[in-house]
Structures are given as C-alpha cells and as structure tokens.
Write a protein that binds this ligand. Structure first.
Ligand code: ADP
Length: 484
C-alpha cells in the first residue's frame, strides 16, 4: 500500500512529545512490512537541514490560504527503503518553537497547519505519490481528511484516498475564533456542531473526527475513556460516541533502535537483562551528574515529561517530601508550566543531594535517566498512551503509574505468587489520583526493592517484554485496508 502521513512533528527532526516518537517509528515499521510511506511535516526553523541531510527537491507547492496563494519549498530525507520524509518550508515555520512561545500558541497556527494539511496533499500529488490511505495525526493535520471529502478553497481534492485520523491527545483540539472559517475559506455550512463548530469556536480536530473514514487513538483504554466522560472526552465524547463503530485503540510501540540499554550510545555503560552491572555504572554516573548522593542502595525514582496539569506532576511535588522521608532520591527532567517549575526548583533547594530538577528538553539526559534510575513515576491524570513507561521497562526501571489510558494497558502490578515476591507483573499501579496513593504504590515498590533477588527477577521480566512497533503497525495495516 501507499500511505501518506501528515503530522506536525517527527523525531529526530523536531519533537515536543510522544507524537514525534510515533511519527519517527511507525512509518519505518510500515516500510519494513513492505508499504511505501511518505511523511509530510513542516520544515521548522529549529531543524538543522545540514545535520539531517535534508535535500532541496527544487519543487514548490502552492496553497490557497484565504485571499492569498502561499507557497512552500519541498525538502526531502529518505532514512530507509520505501520511506521518505518531506519538509514544507515557509517563513511561517521559521520560529523558535513548534507551536508557541511563553505559554501562548502562535496566533496564526490555523494558517500554519492549514498549509501543512493542504500542502501535504499537493506535495504528494506533485511527486506522483497517490496514496491508498492518508493517515493524519492530531489537530494540526486534521484538515487533510476534510480536504479529501470536501476539497480546498473551492477546488476539489488533488486526489481521492481513504483517510485515517489518529488522536494522540484529545486535550489539544486546535480551537480558533469563528473568523477562521473565512480566513481559511472553509465552506460556511461546516460551521455547525455536527461539523467544525465547538461552542461558537472553530475546532480543527473536529475536521479529523468528522471526516476521517476511520479513527484511532493510542491505547484501548484511552479509546474507552474518551467515550465515557466529559473530562477525558474533553467535550467531544458525544461526537466520538456517534463514531464509536469507527474508533479503535491501538497501543503505541517503543522504538527499540532508539531505546535499548544494549545499544544506547547515550549511556556511560551499556547493559542487558543478562548482565545488569552496566546499570549500576549508569546509576552512579547519573547520581554524580545530577548532584545526588552517591549511594548505590538509595532507590532512585525519576520522572520525565511536559510539566502540565495532565501529567499530575503537582501530585508528584506533593509526594516528594514523603519520598525523601522514605530514603528515595528523585530526579525530574521536564519543562512546562511556570508554577510547577518553581515548585520543583524549591523542592530541589530544600532537599539537596536528594532531589534533582533539570528544567530543559534534553533527549540524551532522558536516556541517561532511563538507564540509571530504579523507578519511573507517571502520576498522569490521563495518559493516551505514554511512552516513557515502555522505555523504562526496557531499561529495567520499574514504572509506578496511575492506572489510566495506555498506562493501564501496559503495566501489570508486580505481585508475589505463592509467597515468592516479584513472581509476576513488572510495575506498580495506583487507582486514586492523589499523592497518598502514589506513595502507597512506591511503598510496594520499595518492599520489592529491599529483596534484591525478587527485584532482579522483576527487572528481567520487564526487560524481556516486547512492545515493539511491528504489532501496532500490523493493526494499522488492517485498518488501512478496512477504511472505505
Ligand atoms: P506526551 O506525548 O504527552 O508528551 P509521551 O510519554 O507519549 O508524552 O511522550 C513523551 C516523549 O517526550 C518521551 O519520548 C519523553 O522522553 C520525551 N520528553 C518529554 N519531556 C522531555 C524533556 N524535558 N527532555 C527530554 N525528553 C522529553
């Protein structure tokens, strides 16, 4: 099959979160299965074209945005057989960040991402890549399924194709003022609650939810959660219930090329389930790097992620004194809401040598943390899939998770069996969203940690799990076939 991906980020070129990891790994896994995949994304100012070997194709696409014709240059990178990434170049993408700065989204995001969706279809056509399926991701790409059904700026779609729309996080909806309908020359009849209107505003994610032939989200549990409540359904649960027959939850995979302790060049020492001595080296180096006390027996608990309400790091901040009391060291890597950043900076100052806080985006440090930590904390309020728990498993860093979304689908409680501690499961789950439940789960983890043979057995089981992308790619493949 020929599959066109439309997405706003892909690692290693540009990444702010899990979407970037998915758009890096899933196309590759589809290519390995014999499909031809073209990915189209923006050529952001932050992408180092030389470093990544992006080649100017010399082509341009023209897209009508409102009253003007906007053109984009087309760059290409072909990292594997049957796989190409196209990058649309335009001054709109030449900014410091991908989506916004200082806590504010860029005000012209509707135009920036309309250019992505419409430009992706145009670019594919120019390259004579007429896909069987267009796979669009999140609100930034959601206009692509709409264009396939309704055309763009008064003209028909450049080609006919089936479409699949994936929700990576329903909390991000691409909401804009009503005037955007005109600015993008969207047909006025689409401004109604059955199409793009969302309480007087334009919701771009609805373009994907309404016009995608098939819908997916990134875990089976999250697929149920978004139907069930207005909290996780974010006001779109009614529409999603209406489309329930077309909605599937497919758990993301982990890219073990990037995330395996046997291969990881970012680690001071590589290791494997057979020989964990390298993990002890990683832990000692990490404690040193982060200014934590150099104690091999002190359990080291880590968290990495966007510091936003969704991720529950406010609960983690509440739990930190309790963790320190229990002799746990805490390492946090993340950026986000100023209040949360301040809270963690204060905790680091209050518990020197016990709590380390790194407020930046640092992929290599993320790898070193996975390598050196004992526990990985994910107290997310909701979590569509979550990737760090999958990476953690591979590094023998046992996850402590709020059992929601993809965390519920991927983490089983480490439990004693007939008196043998650590005989099954590979993590620690809690059900109530509060600091006390998090600490109770950590207490169960610490009880297991105190028994080094049981801990090692659980680590070995975690590291042997296979969450590779091929399973997910096969599931997408059948949906591509089904969508009509
Ligand atoms: P989300 O997509 O909601 O941000 P995921 O768990 O699906 O959450 O994916 C997050 C990805 O982003 C992981 O690969 C994680 O390691 C990475 N990440 C998040 N914050 C940082 C950071 N500050 N430094 C390095 N990597 C980060």
């Amino acid at each position: 099959m020929k599959i066109l991906f439309v997405a706003s980020e892909a690692a290693p070129f540009a990444k702010t979160g899990g979407l970037g990891d998915v758009i890096s790994a899933l196309p590759r896994a589809l290519g390995v299965r014999g499909h031809e995949v073209l990915v189209v994304m923006p050529k952001y100012g932050s992408i180092d074209a030389q470093k990544f070997g992006l080649r100017d194709t010399g082509r341009r696409v023209e897209v009508t945005i409102g009253a003007s014709s906007v053109s984009a240059t087309v760059f290409v990178n072909a990292p594997a057989e049957r796989l190409r990434y196209l990058f649309l170049g335009n001054p709109w993408y030449e900014r410091h960040e991908l989506y916004g700065e200082g806590g504010h989204d860029y005000r012209d995001n509707h135009k920036r991402f309309a250019l992505l969706a419409a430009g992706a279809l145009e670019a594919a056509k120019q390259l004579n890549f007429i896909p069987d399926v267009v796979h669009a991701h999140d609100w930034q790409a959601a206009l692509a399924p709409l264009i396939l059904k309704r055309g763009w700026a008064g003209r028909p779609a450049p080609f006919k194709a089936r479409s699949l729309f994936t929700i990576h996080n329903l909390a991000y909806q691409g909401l804009f003022p009503r005037e955007v309908m005109q600015e993008l020359m969207l047909p006025a009849d689409l401004f109604n609650p059955d199409a793009l209107e969302f309480y007087g505003k334009v919701s771009l994610i609805k373009a994907g939810l309404v016009f995608g032939d098939k819908l997916t989200t990134v875990s089976p549990t999250y697929a149920q959660e978004i139907l069930a409540s207005s909290e996780t359904g974010a006001g779109l649960e009614g529409l999603l219930q209406h489309r329930k027959a077309d909605l599937t939850g497919i758990l993301n995979g982990a890219d073990y090329q990037q995330w395996s302790p046997e291969l990881d060049g970012a680690l001071p020492a590589k290791f494997s389930a057979r020989d964990l001595s390298g993990k002890a080296v990683c832990k000692a180096a990490l404690q040193k790097e982060l200014g934590l006390a150099g104690d091999p027996r002190a359990p080291l608990a880590a968290a990495i992620g966007r510091l936003v309400h969704q991720k529950g790091y406010d609960l983690l901040a509440q739990a930190v004194p309790g963790l320190v009391e229990r002799g746990v060291q805490v390492a946090l890597l993340g950026t986000g809401d100023t209040e949360l950043e301040h809270a963690f900076v204060e905790l680091a100052a209050r518990f020197p040598g016990r709590v380390s806080v790194s407020l930046r985006f640092d992929d290599a440090l993320a790898h070193r943390i996975e390598g050196g930590a004992d526990l990985f904390l994910m107290p997310s309020r909701f979590e569509p899939c979550g990737l760090n728990q999958l990476y953690s498993l591979r590094y023998g860093t046992l996850p402590v998770v709020h059992a929601v979304g993809g965390l519920n689908d991927s983490i089983e409680e480490a439990m004693p069996e007939q008196g043998t501690p650590g005989a099954q499961g590979w993590g620690f789950r809690f059900a109530d969203e509060n600091a006390q439940s998090l600490l109770s789960a950590v207490d169960r983890a610490l009880a297991l940690y105190a028994n080094s043979a049981a801990w090692a057995a659980t680590q070995a089981r975690a590291m042997a799990l296979d969450y590779s992308w091929d399973r997910a790619a096969a599931a997408y493949e059948s949906l591509y076939r089904e969508s009509k």
